[in-house]
Design a protein around this ligand. Structure first.
Ligand SMILES: Nc1nc2c(c(=O)[nH]1)N[C@H]1C(S)=C(S)[C@@H](COP(=O)(O)O)O[C@H]1N2
Ligand SMILES: [Mo]
Length: 305
C-alpha cells in the first residue's frame, strides 16, 4: 500500500507530542493510557518505552512498513507492502474458541470499545538477525483473555491467521502450510508486555504490518508475533506453531530471543538494526530479561529454545 508523504506528517506530530522515556528497572512497568495522547497532559510521560536506551532510535514509518516478513503476501521483504493492496481488514471479527466460558465471534470495533489501547515502544528482533524499534498502539492480550474467561484446563493459546487466498497471493502457493499458526503458554499470554496491536505511529496498521490485529511479544523472535489474527483457541496442550512444526530443530515452541543459542543459519549473538550498518549485541530476551526471565525459571533454555 502506498503512503503519501502528506499522510506521514501527522505521525511526526504525533510523536512530537510524546516524550519517550526510559523507565527505571525499579519502576517496572509503566503503562501509557490513551488519555496520554492529549498534549500537556501529565500522563504524556507515561509512554511505555521500557528498557529502551539512547541507542534505540525509533525506526521510521517507512522502514517499518516496507521491510516486512508476511509470507501470505510472498517471501520477499517488499512483497507485503507491494502485494497486499487487495487485502480487506475491515470489517473484522475474531473468533474465541476452545476451553473458555465465553466462546464467541467478536466484532473488532466492539472489542476495541472494551479494551484500553496504549502506546508501547518495543524492539522487534527477527530470527534472521535484523531488528527494529517500533512505536505500537495496542492493548494487553490479557484483556481479551479475561473476556474469553478461560477454564482452568486452558494452559496454552493458539493464534490463527486468516485464510484468504483470493486476497493473499502467497496463500495460493505452498510457501508454508496455511493458515499460519502460533502459540503461547498461558502465563506468557497473560504477561503485561504481550499485546495485540492495532496500529503504529498513531496510524491503523497497514496490511503489510498485520492489519487489523496482530500479536506482539517483544522478548520472542518476530515470527511469534502472528499477523491478521482470525481466531484464538484456548487449549490444554502445547499447540502447533508454523515454524516449529516445519523445522523443529531450527525453531522451538518458545523461541525466546537468546544470544546463547544460535540458529543453524544465523548467529543470534548480534543483530543489525534496520537503517544501520554496524552490528550490535543481541540482548538476552531481547532486553526484557528483568520482566520475563521468571517465566522460565528452572527451564533449560538450550533444550526449550
Ligand atoms: N501470519 C503471519 N504472521 C507473521 C509472519 C508471517 O509470515 N505470517 N512473519 C513473522 C515474522 S518472521 C516476523 S519477523 C514478523 C515481522 O513483523 P513486521 O513485518 O511487522 O516487522 O511478523 C511475523 N508474523
Ligand atoms: Mo522473522
Amino acid at each position: 500500500m502506498k503512503i503519501l508523504p502528506s499522510e506521514i506528517t501527522p505521525f511526526k506530530n504525533y510523536l512530537n507530542r510524546r516524550k519517550f522515556i526510559k523507565s527505571s528497572v525499579a519502576t517496572g512497568l509503566v503503562l501509557g493510557t490513551s488519555t496520554g495522547l492529549h498534549a500537556n497532559h501529565s500522563s504524556d510521560q507515561n509512554i511505555y518505552a521500557n528498557q529502551l536506551d539512547e541507542n534505540d532510535k525509533l525506526n521510521s514509518f517507512e522502514e517499518i512498513t516496507t521491510y516486512n516478513n508476511f509470507y501470505e503476501f510472498g517471501m520477499g521483504k517488499t512483497d507485503p507492502s507491494e502485494k497486499s493492496g487487495n487485502f480487506k481488514p475491515k470489517p473484522w471479527s475474531i473468533s474465541l474458541e476452545g476451553l473458555i466460558n465465553n466462546p464467541q465471534v467478536l466484532d473488532l470495533e466492539k472489542l476495541l470499545q472494551q479494551v484500553t489501547v496504549e502506546d508501547r515502544v518495543y524492539r522487534l528482533r527477527c530470527v534472521e538477525a535484523w531488528s527494529m524499534v517500533i512505536p505500537w498502539q495496542g492493548f494487553p492480550l490479557s484483556e481479551l483473555i479475561k473476556i474469553a474467561d478461560p477454564l482452568s484446563s486452558a494452559k496454552f493459546i493458539q493464534f490463527v491467521t486468516v485464510f484468504r487466498p483470493e486476497e493473499m497471493p502467497g496463500q495460493t502457493r505452498r510457501l508454508l502450510p496455511w493458515p499460519y499458526v502460533e502459540g503461547l503458554r498461558m502465563d506468557e499470554a497473560m504477561h503485561p508486555l504481550t499485546i495485540l496491536s492495532t496500529g503504529l505511529y498513531g496510524h491503523d496498521l497497514l496490511n503489510q504490518s498485520g492489519a487489523p490485529l496482530r500479536l506482539v511479544v517483544p522478548w520472542k523472535y518476530g515470527f511469534k508475533s502472528i499477523k491478521s489474527i482470525a481466531s484464538i483457541r484456548f487449549v490444554d496442550k502445547q499447540p502447533e506453531a508454523t515454524w516449529s512444526m516445519l523445522a523443529p530443530s531450527e525453531y522451538g515452541f518458545y523461541s525466546n530471543v537468546n544470544n546463547f543459542v544460535d540458529h543453524p543459519r544465523w548467529s543470534q549473538g548480534t543483530e543489525r538494526r534496520i537503517g544501520e550498518f554496524k552490528r550490535r549485541e543481541t540482548l538476552m530476551f531481547n532486553g526484557y530479561e528483568e520482566e520475563v526471565s521468571h517465566l522460565y525459571k528452572g527451564m533449560d533454555l538450550k533444550k526449550y529454545y
